[in-house]
Design a protein around this ligand. Structure first.
Ligand SMILES: [Zn+2]
Length: 73
């Protein structure tokens, strides 16, 4: 019998250059998924807001490591 329960596939959803920080419009490197929707933050605002948002977030997608790899501009 097929129990129909599959493991949740976590898509590697990368942030792109078109994803913009909700606070300042800079390129987003962090996405915070909340019950009400998701928020995007640049590295700067992620540092500011993540601490208080993280406990209520369903998922936090953090690509801030790329900030150091792509240190141009
Ligand atoms: Zn920002």
């Amino acid at each position: 019998m097929d129990d129909g329960v599959s493991t949740t596939v976590v898509e590697p959803v990368q942030l792109t250059a078109s994803d913009r920080c909700d606070a300042c419009g800079a390129r987003a490197y962090v996405r915070v998924e909340l019950e009400s929707g998701s928020l995007l933050f640049c590295g700067h605002h992620a540092n500011q807001h993540l601490e208080k948002l993280a406990p209520t977030a369903k998922h936090v997608h953090d690509e801030r490591h790329r900030l150091t790899e792509e240190s141009a501009s």
